[in-house]
Every structure is written in structure tokens, then in C-alpha cells.
Design a protein around this ligand. Structure first.
Ligand code: ZN
Length: 212
């Protein structure tokens, strides 16, 4: 992973192979097995969305209807050596802003209370936690990353006992589809007045500034 260029082209072949032969069709919004691998344009658009140069992107697990990345799937150890537990990193600023509104209202505390009160949702959230770790392990193997003991058993967003970050659970739902993370699914419903998967809220400048 010395440069963006080599890491992108290396992963094009491994992502396609894994997604078709090992894991079946990807479940994320707006993606197919053919569009999981990040292109140079994807890396550029992600960098525009986040306002910084993105690195170590292994897959685009969710896309806008226009094709732009919504989420970056990132290797569990960055090339600078830091452990990176948030395999599904929500990148789209319209969606992150919408989730932030509901964090400001304290929605994650209500959700956390329901984990203690509702055994069914607690069990679903435990399964979501396990799915998240399994997905990260898949990305780890795909990117040839050594094991990352610092984050062993740790997922993201407070799973499985708390909801700490709506961005993390929403990034999970967008990347694996509905029906796996109950609080990610709820967050997607909550933000519907600001963004839905059927609408494009991208800034055209993200693509127009690409000099590929
Ligand atoms: Zn779009």
C-alpha cells in the first residue's frame, strides 16, 4: 500500500474475486460485485466528501444512485500503523449531517435504553456486532492485513451493548443492507426527511474536480 495507485489496482482483482466466489452478492445499497472495488474517481470523490485525502480504502460497500461512494470500507490497520475498527466509514456529508442532527437530540440514548428493555432487539444488535466483526475480518483478509489484536472483539458505534454513534450503525446498514443492524435501519428511517437511498444529494463539484 505504498501509493494510492498500486493499492487501488491490487484490490480491483481481489475484491472482485472475493465478492463473487466467497461471499455471494454484496448487500450494500447501490452496489454490485462489479462496483465494489474503488476506482481512482471513487477515491477522489471520497476525499472531497470527507475534506481530506482518504487512504487504505478496500471497497466501496454502498453507493448513491448516481454512483458516488456513500461509505468507505477501510482495512483494519491503516498504512500509518493505526488500528482502524470502523470498517464501514460513512463518508457522505449530507448523510453524516443528518445523522448528527439525531445524535444532537440524544437518539442514541433512547436506543441504548431499549437494548436493556427488549431482549429481541438486544439479540439482533448482538448479531449485528458479530456481522460487523466478520465483515472486518473479510476486509482484513482481502487486503492482506495482519491481525489487529488491539481491536479484537471490538466492533464500532458501541455495539453490542450501547448505541454510541449513529454514523457507525448507519454506515453498517448502508453497507450490508437492511435487516442486520436494527439501529442502523432505524437511523436510516429517521433521516428520511434529509436523505433517502433513492435520491442523489451529491455536490457535482466532487466529480468535476477529478483530474484522472
Ligand atoms: Zn449522488
Amino acid at each position: 500500500m505504498s501509493t494510492e495507485h498500486t493499492s487501488t489496482s491490487q484490490k480491483n482483482s481481489s475484491a472482485a474475486a472475493l465478492s463473487t466466489s466467497d461471499t455471494g452478492s454484496p448487500g450494500g445499497f447501490g452496489v454490485t460485485a462489479e462496483t465494489l472495488a474503488p476506482s481512482a474517481l471513487d477515491i477522489h470523490v471520497l476525499s472531497q466528501e470527507l475534506g481530506r485525502q482518504v487512504r487504505d480504502v478496500a471497497e466501496i460497500p454502498a453507493r448513491c444512485v448516481c454512483g458516488n461512494p456513500l461509505v468507505a470500507a477501510t482495512a483494519p490497520r491503516l498504512s500509518n500503523g493505526s488500528p482502524f475498527p470502523t470498517v464501514f466509514y460513512l463518508a457522505h456529508p449530507v448523510i453524516t449531517a443528518a445523522a448528527s442532527r439525531f445524535e444532537a437530540e440524544g437518539k442514541m440514548y433512547e436506543m441504548t435504553d431499549r437494548i436493556a428493555e427488549d431482549p429481541e432487539i438486544a439479540q439482533q444488535y448482538q448479531a449485528a456486532h458479530e456481522n460487523y466483526i466478520a465483515e472486518r475480518e473479510r476486509i482484513r483478509l482481502q487486503t492482506g492485513t495482519e491481525e489487529v489484536p488491539e481491536i479484537d472483539g471490538i466492533s464500532a458505534g458501541g455495539m453490542p451493548t450501547r448505541v454510541k454513534c449513529l454514523h457507525a450503525v448507519l454506515g453498517h446498514t448502508l453497507s450490508v443492507g437492511r435487516g442486520i443492524n436494527p439501529f442502523g435501519d432505524e437511523t436510516l428511517d429517521l433521516i428520511a426527511e434529509y436523505w433517502t437511498p433513492e435520491q442523489c444529494a451529491c455536490d457535482p463539484a466532487w466529480r468535476e474536480s477529478f483530474e484522472g
